[in-house]
Design a protein. Structure first.
Length: 133
């Protein structure tokens, strides 16, 4: 018989893990600021921001694209932002024909040539799907 699970300890650990991740963002602040600056410059130049990710990061990329297209923090015009994770026909066809690690290869070039700012997020780090060729 499996040992009894204490729901309180599960929640305590999940909250502690979440807070640890949030605190670790401070160590990444300069990188995050550079990324935000590059995205800002791309958008101000009339370019698009393309997003991708695998698993939960795919959902995150859709959320972030929606934030730019919609109202993020204030009323404003929508910004050109596309999540490449939403077209299941393309995702599964490319994965079937070339392999899962090629799902996003070349799509930024075909979608907008040099008129993009590309954001790829993936966990775990060993995932190859979001690597550009």
């Amino acid at each position: 018989m499996p040992p009894a699970v204490d729901p309180s300890s599960i929640f305590d650990q999940a909250i502690a893990d979440h807070l640890s991740v949030v605190r670790s963002l401070q160590k990444q602040r300069s990188l995050l600021e550079r990324i935000a600056e590059q995205m800002t410059q791309a958008v101000l130049a009339g370019k698009k921001v393309l997003w991708c990710g695998n698993g939960g990061s795919a959902a995150d990329s859709q959320h972030l694209a929606a934030e730019l297209m919609g109202r993020f923090r204030r009323e404003r015009c929508g910004l050109a932002s596309i999540a490449l994770t939403t077209d299941t026909s393309i995702l599964t066809a490319v994965a079937n024909d070339y392999g899962y690690e090629h799902v996003f290869h070349g799509r930024p070039r075909r979608c907008a040539a040099t008129e993009t700012c590309w954001w790829a997020s993936q966990l775990p780090a060993r995932a190859k799907m979001c690597a550009l060729p």
